[in-house]
Design a protein around this ligand. Structure first.
Ligand SMILES: [Zn+2]
Length: 434
């Protein structure tokens, strides 16, 4: 492996994708060479064509990280930290990012697209997750661990720290004290966080709704959503370009409220109780939304909500989901129901993924299923295994068919989780008799 060549590739990549100024080239080269403790660095000609098509820097960074581990410059578990450092060296400073964003702001959709693309290109946003295609039950499933840890990863004070070193916050002047930050783990196109400048809880109230509407007036091609768990520690929203399952769900029934006859109230054909409100008048729509929220909170103090705002043609659309309680035990072994799940996007972690792979082996008979298999966490899947084996009816399934059956059964369980916690069966009464 030629480390000098890889460093030159990284510099060329940064010139193509990260707006690295030629005037900064020597400075950046020396910073990289020192960070990687390379002696006798040589400058190479790089084939730029092969770098043009790269969507992320990993194929250039990975050999440099292996080199660093080999030379004892960093430990194996410090690779993410070193990767963030190297990518920070070749990226624009936060102020330069803000200036570029502002220069594009006349076309906010373009500005956000640029910011998200930049985060992908500088390696601070990952998008390469295994996903299930959204066929059959209208749900998205992504394989990834939910981010955990006590330290708040949203506070702007963390900008530049540790593994967050190459992340960039962009102050959104149109919203006041709110920042844009592409999500570290982006599960859909343009997934980003709109983050309050101060650490602290928020609530689904008028001021939160006003911030959401401000965002949509600024960027009408996007959606923005939040929910109780996103507001609990550090108030924030998730925004994106591609619609989520709840947005794509069809209409079930139309209702009318006498006080607000000009608001279109549509019961959503969704897995848990949900409504869509449509109106061109922002003020009236916020007022009516707050009435529904107030009525819900009064009836179900511990209930959880999702609220999303977007625009379709000239109308604002507010999507609301209302849930209460916990899903039934036999449905809840696959994934947690958080705000994204209320919108139809579930995350399945590595532990569960391994169990699902094992269950596929019972269906292909690579492993013989006996009650003895129900240990080390497999107990939770007993009912699912039973259903799947019954469906297979003693037949030995092919690997593809086994995987398909497991996927379908999982989606049924995830859908059931959402219907378990529906707060209302009678949306008509809820929306018409406030
Ligand atoms: Zn915070």
């Amino acid at each position: 492996m030629n480390t000098s060549l890889n460093i030159e590739k990284l510099i060329a990549y940064a010139k193509i994708h990260l707006l690295l100024d030629e005037a900064d080239e020597i400075y950046v080269r020396n910073a990289l060479v020192q960070e990687l403790k390379v002696t006798g660095h040589e400058i190479y000609e790089v084939n730029e064509d092969e770098l043009e098509t790269l969507g992320s820097p990993y194929s250039i960074i990975d050999p440099l990280l292996s080199y660093a581990v080999e030379k004892g410059i960093c430990a194996e578990n410090e690779k993410p930290l070193l990767a963030a450092k190297l990518m920070d060296i070749v990226s624009l400073r936060p102020g330069e990012i803000e200036d570029t964003f502002e220069s594009l702001e006349k076309n906010p959709a373009k500005a956000f697209e640029w910011a998200f693309d930049y985060a992908q290109k500088n390696g601070s946003t990952r998008t390469d997750f295994t996903k299930w295609d959204n066929k059959g039950v209208n749900l998205e499933v992504v394989f990834d661990e939910a981010e955990s840890g006590d330290k708040c990863t949203l506070c702007v004070e963390n900008e530049g720290l540790g593994e967050h070193r190459n992340e960039r916050y962009i102050m959104l002047n149109a919203l006041g004290d709110w920042y844009y930050k592409a999500a570290r783990h982006a599960y859909f196109k343009g997934m980003a966080h709109i983050v309050s400048s101060e650490h602290g809880a928020g609530a689904i109230d008028e001021s939160t709704l006003n911030t959401m509407f401000d965002f949509i007036e600024f960027a009408p091609t996007m959606f923005i959503l939040t929910g109780d768990d996103m507001l609990s520690k550090h108030a924030h929203f998730v925004c994106g370009n591609s619609l989520l399952p709840i947005h794509k769900a069809g209409d079930k029934l139309k209702h009318k409220n006498k006080e607000y006859p000009y608001i279109n109230i549509t019961e959503t054909d969704w897995l848990t109780s949900a409504v869509k409100l449509g109106c061109t008048n922002r003020g009236k729509l916020i007022e009516f939304t707050m009435k529904l929220v107030g009525s819900f909170k009064k009836e179900f103090g511990d209930g959880k909500m999702l609220v999303s705002v977007r625009k379709v043609e000239s109308k604002f659309i507010v999507d609301l989901a209302f849930t209460v309680g916990e899903p039934k035990r036999e449905h809840s072994m696959l994934a947690k129901v958080d705000t994204l799940a209320l919108a139809g996007l579930f995350r399945i972690g590595g532990f569960v993924d391994a169990k699902l792979k094992e269950i596929e082996k019972y269906l292909t008979k690579e492993v013989r299923f006996t009650p003895m298999c129900l240990k080390d966490g497999m107990e939770a899947f007993a009912e699912m295994i039973d259903t799947l084996l019954k469906e297979a009816g003693g037949n030995k399934l092919g690997a593809v068919e086994a995987a398909l059956d497991v996927k379908e059964e999982c989606k049924k369980n995830l859908a059931a989780q959402l219907s378990d916690i529906a707060a209302y069966s009678d949306i008509k009464n809820f929306t018409e008799n406030l």
